[in-house]
Write a protein that binds this ligand. Structure first.
Ligand SMILES: *Cc1c(COP(=O)(O)O)cnc(C)c1O
Length: 389
């Protein structure tokens, strides 16, 4: 399928008609086990559903195709995919992570990997010199997200890949591509070794399944991770794979609408006297706008902004939105809003939040696929109401 465009691959990759019934949609294959002709001779390519399941394989092939990758692997959550990667390493190994990595990834590195002897150094990778200075002979991974969460800082993936090859050739580069989805960014083409997704977000896109996925080109890396996928066993159910695969078929259509709405929202907020700062990589005012324009094919659906006022103003804002629901998570068809300092990033110390610019007035929006005019009207009303103490 690799010669076809994104939309064609989103609809068709991994989706072969059933050889027996002709069903166009891969069935939800619920069987945990598969009959064998003779001991050790399964009838087809499957023997046990944790090791391999037809519905899961269809989804894995679809994700791989959308990332331009040779291989895909699905997991029961984005966090399970993260844990499975870290399980490739041994006590004494060292990881480097971008400092504003997803909170759950930070928690896994510091509270699960570290007690097992795998240490992580967190660095501000937007400072080019910071990376070589943190490399050790035992550094096995450089782990980044771009745009970061919730301040949407953009990291030059090709530049980081070049630094890794030069200063840490023994390390692999992992990119968490959850925020843009493969529709707007393909990190493998920019030099990454593994792309990670929380499928829970844009790939499934309907806020009704928790799942994760990895995509990669290297055969040896794939074999290692496939072994660990089966050995650790954090695999998704066939039903969730079906849901995520159905979601994936409209990814390109949804991402265009998420972006259209995000641009309308960012432009409205940028012009509002009730807003101190708008952060959206698509705005010319964004500090890494040029990097984003170069390495991404779009700017995505996430917008962060600082409301004029204080924590009380921000808290009141959420009382007055009617479409934006106050909730964690992102990437679904419905618009969500949250306060990172109190919600997604509450586990950080006040000092860490200050370093990352996560103030009490910073609001993160996940723009859904509703009508842009309704989203803007919702924000206008809530911003005005929030100012009345
Ligand atoms: C949500 C998220 C994860 C974790 O995924 P789960 O599916 O919630 O386990 C990892 N990275 C990013 C950027 C996320 O937004």
């Amino acid at each position: 399928m690799s010669n076809f465009g994104f939309a064609t691959r989103a609809v068709h990759a991994g989706q072969e008609a059933d050889g027996v019934t002709g069903a166009v949609i891969p069935s939800i294959s619920v069987s945990t086990t598969f009959k064998q002709n003779a001991p050790g001779e399964p009838i087809g390519p499957y023997d046990y559903s944790r090791s391999g399941n037809p519905t899961r394989i269809a989804f894995e092939q679809a994700v791989a195709s959308l990332e331009g990758a040779k291989h895909g692997l699905a997991f029961s959550s984005g966090s399970a995919a993260i844990a499975t990667i870290v399980n490739m390493f041994s006590p004494g190994d060292h990881l480097i992570s971008v400092n504003d990595v997803y909170g759950g990834t930070n928690r896994y590195f510091t509270r699960v990997a570290k007690p097992h002897g795998i240490e992580t150094t967190f660095v501000d990778i937007t400072e080019a010199s910071a990376l070589p200075a943190s490399v050790r002979p035992n550094t096995k991974v450089v782990w980044i997200e771009t745009p970061t969460n919730p301040t949407l800082r953009v990291i030059d993936i090709a530049a980081v890949a070049a630094l890794v090859r030069e200063h840490a050739p023994q390390a692999i580069l992992v990119i968490d591509n959850t925020f843009l989805s493969p529709y707007f960014q393909n990190p493998l083409k920019l030099g990454a070794d593994i792309v990670l997704h929380s499928v829970t977000k844009y790939l499934n896109g309907h806020s009704d399944a928790v799942m994760g996925a990895l995509a990669m080109n290297d055969d040896a890396l794939f074999q290692k991770l496939k072994f660990l996928q089966n050995a650790i066993g954090a695999v998704p159910s066939a039903f969730d794979c079906f849901l995520a695969n159905r979601g994936l078929k409209t990814l390109h259509v949804r991402m265009e609408q998420h972006q259209k709405n995000a641009i309308a929202v960012a432009n409205f907020l940028a012009a509002s006297p009730l807003v101190d700062e708008v952060i959206y990589p698509g705005l010319a005012s964004h500090p890494q706008h040029e990097i984003a324009a170069r390495q991404q094919s779009g700017f995505g659906g996430m917008v962060s902004f600082r409301i004029k006022g204080d924590l009380a103003t921000a808290t009141r804002f959420f009382q007055h939105t009617r479409i934006f629901a106050l909730a964690e998570s992102l990437g679904g068809v419905e618009s969500l809003a949250e306060l990172p300092s109190v919600m997604t990033h509450a586990a950080l110390t006040p000092e860490e939040r200050a370093t990352l610019g996560i103030t009490d007035t910073l609001i993160r929006l996940s723009c859904g696929i509703e009508d842009a005019v309704d989203l803007v009207e919702d924000l206008r009303h809530a911003l005005e109401a929030a100012q009345q103490a």
